[in-house]
Design a protein around this ligand. Structure first.
Ligand SMILES: Nc1nc2c([nH]c(=O)n2[C@@H]2O[C@H](COP(=O)(O)OP(=O)(O)OP(=O)(O)O)[C@@H](O)[C@H]2O)c(=O)[nH]1
Length: 141
């Protein structure tokens, strides 16, 4: 049954990065076994902690998940998604990042893949990410 979007809910702010390489490919990571939505490919990122700015949260998540260093001044707001997620309502803020230090390493993920936006449709991704694929493709065109 469709979720009632009129009902009161709690927002879940999540930040994520489209890490873009010099060849126009974007890094996706695969959610590991044992986690919700295991096996799906997602943009690296995670929940914004209380008191944290979205940009700081993104820099922290990229360090934790990929062991890369990103300057908060170099993360560029790109687009967002809004979708019910269980009892909460996900606000997924997607940033473009094209400068970082270090080689991304799958610390928590079960895999990493560099893909063009057009290739993302071939990979299973969380439902909330679906509208982000076209938006990202347009921004990168
Ligand atoms: N990082 C990321 N999270 C996403 C994407 N799409 C999407 O629905 N999400 C959801 O946003 C939330 C991200 O928070 P998280 O990464 O800290 O959550 P988690 O379940 O992996 O870990 P947790 O154990 O800390 O709760 C998850 O519920 C995740 O399923 C995406 O493209 N990237």
């Amino acid at each position: 049954m469709a979720k009632n979007l009129e009902a009161p809910t709690t927002l879940l702010p999540v930040v994520a990065a489209a890490l873009v390489d010099g060849d126009g490919r974007v890094l996706l990571q695969r959610r590991p076994p044992g986690k919700a939505m295991a096996g799906l490919w997602e943009f690296p990122g995670g929940k914004v902690e209380p008191g944290e700015s979205p940009e700081r949260a993104l820099v922290r998540e990229l360090a934790e998940e990929l062991e890369i260093v990103v300057d908060p001044a170099c993360v560029r707001p790109a687009c967002f998604a809004s979708a019910a997620l269980g009892e909460r309502h996900l606000i997924l803020l997607l940033y473009v990042v094209d400068e970082w230090t270090g080689e991304p390493r799958a610390v928590e993920a079960s895999g990493l893949a560099w893909v063009r936006p057009a290739e993302m449709r071939a990979l299973p991704m969380p439902p909330a990410d679906e509208p982000l694929i076209d938006l990202l493709a347009r921004l990168m065109a």
